[in-house]
Design a protein around this ligand. Structure first.
Ligand SMILES: [Zn+2]
Length: 211
């Protein structure tokens, strides 16, 4: 039996989404077919609105409906902390912690083989932002206290993420008044030691702290 062309077309579009294989795409197409038109229209409209209403904040590169974004505009955020992450979702997750600084979103990690270069990740813009922020902190500082800009390299602990963090750190060597940190790596909550891979365990040992 031949699947109708319209279903095949919808499935083809859906299978381009991350994590959706051809069979799931087909199931979704049949599911959408059974839903009321009005619900499908709302879905289509919200998808089409995404690119029309959102742009990238020119300071942190996160998606925003106003430029600069709410976080970059907020004077109560800690100006002396800048957290560099690969994706907007990483920043939204970090917002669930006690972190109160600012962000820079790379929208990926370095991968020359896939054509993801420092320019594509806006690393030159990042270095410029760090230089300006570090200078501003230095100018406005209280003479009794040193205010260094902390750069938190929160890229993923993957080969690409590590390479990206190293690349950024190397290009910050000549900037004064900054300090680079990397997120601690170790054991996930609720894990059994017997199931932890040796690289994670080794890093957890290296990063052990006072108790
Ligand atoms: Zn912003």
């Amino acid at each position: 039996m031949i699947i109708p062309q319209s279903i095949q077309d919808a499935a083809k579009e859906l299978s381009a989404l991350p994590g959706i294989g051809p069979r799931t795409a087909q199931r979704l197409a049949f599911f959408l077919l059974k839903r009321p038109d009005i619900i499908n229209d709302q879905l289509a409209e919200s998808i089409s609105k995404l690119q029309k209403t959102l742009s990238e904040c020119t300071t942190c590169q996160n998606f925003t409906e106003s430029n600069p974004c709410a976080i970059c505009q907020d004077p109560s955020r800690d100006q002396a902390k800048l957290c560099i992450v690969e994706s907007p979702i990483d920043a939204y997750n970090t917002e669930r912690t006690s972190y109160q600084g600012r962000y820079f979103i790379l929208h990926g990690a370095l991968s020359p083989i896939d054509g993801i270069t420092p320019a594509k990740l806006k690393i030159p813009e990042l270095i410029d932002l760090i230089t300006r922020t570090a200078n501003k902190l230095q100018e406005g500082r209280n003479p009794d206290q040193e205010t260094k800009l902390e750069i938190i390299l929160a890229t993923n602990p993957t080969m690409e993420g590590e390479a990206t963090a190293s690349y950024i750190q190397k290009h910050l060597e000549n900037i004064t008044n900054i300090q680079c940190t990397r997120l601690a790596r170790g054991l996930p909550m609720g894990a059994d030691l017997e199931h932890i891979d040796e690289v994670t365990l080794e890093r957890a040992f290296q990063g052990r702290e006072g108790f």
